[in-house]
Design a protein around this ligand. Structure first.
Ligand code: PLP
Length: 399
């Protein structure tokens, strides 16, 4: 960390003090370094699909480059892409969402940081789950607001509910940020639960933001979008996960009509526009041939989920709720250790399996959990299972 005590021309701004590093990236760097030394590592740390972007999308990207599509697009994105996303809402959820309300961004990350700047005043409080996606706390802090972390357990399916909101809200609470499916727990919210959360937000004059980046990668029937509840919610999504386009850096958000103009101004100022080539490529993401490829991949993830959950339970990890969406298992390590960082270090250094410590996702019981991402092939998962078994039998994971 930089030295904040001595002020020089290179001292970062004070607000940087509270921005914590993304530990999974540190695990990934160390795993790569070990691979560089010739070690074999199974990667269960990274939250990105192991598949290359689907062929039709790749071809559309190549074609856009060949046609010289290299200039800026409008700040909100190509109209044709916003229309395609609108068509996706109609096909997938039977919803009519005007393309005007859809903004294309550099990943869901671009959407979340823009919405934090747009919605939050300094001192505002934002209720979110602990554990939860770590960057959200930082977007909120960078806007001068405060993340109000709500500890959640398997009892409430690691999700918020109206009674938890009431318990943790303060006079400064202005926003509720959720994710369904959630990272790191892989749990989802039903339509009824979303409705109860929305009612609470209306009664308490709070925005409701729902991150739906893992939609499509769900293993339950009929996962609802928060847009089914109301037009006054803020929904974030992305081409990164289900659509397998992490490196293209493309996402979107949907805002209520009243915030279209201000969203446009902020998008112009914060990033001018999302990548043009990526937008042209994503135009093919919703076509039938692409969807068939993505569905086959979803089924792969579904099989891996069953395999890894079974292995972990047999080895003594606790997996109190089964993953309902995304590609994560948030497993309890209480049978082995009370120090998830030490646990992950030993597992990586001595047994060649990279996983993420719970401490990346919050404070609540985080040293007793680790996140497994099943973003690697079944073959590699079998290797991981062997290594995990050896690690457990050796007793080296204990602390
Ligand atoms: C819950 C959640 N939201 C947002 C993001 C950011 O994704 P991207 O910027 O690649 O769309 C991630 C990435 O892992 C995530 O897990």
């Amino acid at each position: 960390m930089p030295d904040f005590t001595r002020k020089t021309s290179h001292t970062p701004a004070d607000r940087m003090r509270d921005i914590n590093p993304f530990r999974v990236m540190t695990v990934l760097e160390r795993a790569k370094a070990l691979e560089g030394q010739g070690r074999s590592i199974v990667h269960l740390e990274v939250g990105e699909p192991d598949f290359v972007t689907a062929q039709p999308i790749l071809e559309a990207g190549r074609d856009a480059l060949a046609r010289g599509c290299t200039a800026y697009t409008p700040a909100a994105g190509l109209l044709s892409l916003r229309e395609a996303i609108s068509g996706h809402y109609l096909r997938q959820y039977g919803l009519r969402i005007s393309p005007e309300r859809i903004f294309v961004t550099p990943g869901a990350s671009g959407a979340l940081s823009l919405l934090a700047q747009m919605l939050l005043n300094p001192g505002d409080g934002v209720l979110m789950t602990d554990p939860g996606y770590p960057c959200n706390r930082n977007y909120v802090r960078l806007a001068g607001a405060q993340a109000q972390l709500v500890p959640v357990t398997a009892i409430e399916n690691f999700q918020l509910n109206a009674s938890l909101l009431s318990q943790h809200a303060t006079s400064s609470t202005r926003s509720v940020w959720l994710a369904s499916p959630a990272n790191p727990t892989g749990t989802v919210l039903s339509l009824q639960q979303l409705r109860a959360l929305h009612d609470w937000c209306v009664e308490n004059d709070c925005h409701l933001l729902v991150d739906e980046i893992y939609h499509g990668l769900d293993y339950t029937e009929g996962l609802p979008t928060a847009l089914q509840i109301s037009d006054d919610v803020f929904v974030v999504n992305s081409f990164s996960k289900y659509f397998g386009m992490t490196g293209w850096r493309l996402g979107w958000f949907v805002v209520p009509d009243s915030l279209v103009a201000v969203s446009n101004i902020l998008a112009q100022n914060l990033f001018i526009a999302a990548s043009t080539v990526a937008q042209h490529a994503a135009l093919r993401a919703f076509d039938t041939d692409t969807r068939e490829i993505l569905e086959a991949r979803r089924l792969d993830f579904a099989a891996r989920r069953i395999f890894l959950t079974k292995v972990l339970r047999e080895l003594g990890f606790s997996v109190p709720v089964e993953t309902q969406g995304a590609f994560y298992i948030y497993a309890g390590i209480e049978a082995f250790s009370t120090d998830s960082e030490h646990f992950c270090k030993v597992l990586l250094e001595d047994f060649g399996v990279a996983v993420t410590p719970g401490t990346d996702f919050g404070e609540f019981e985080s040293s007793r959990h680790v996140r497994f991402a099943f973003t690697t092939s079944m073959r590699q998962l079998e290797v991981a299972a062997e290594r995990l078994r050896a690690a457990v039998l050796s007793g080296a994971l204990s602390s």
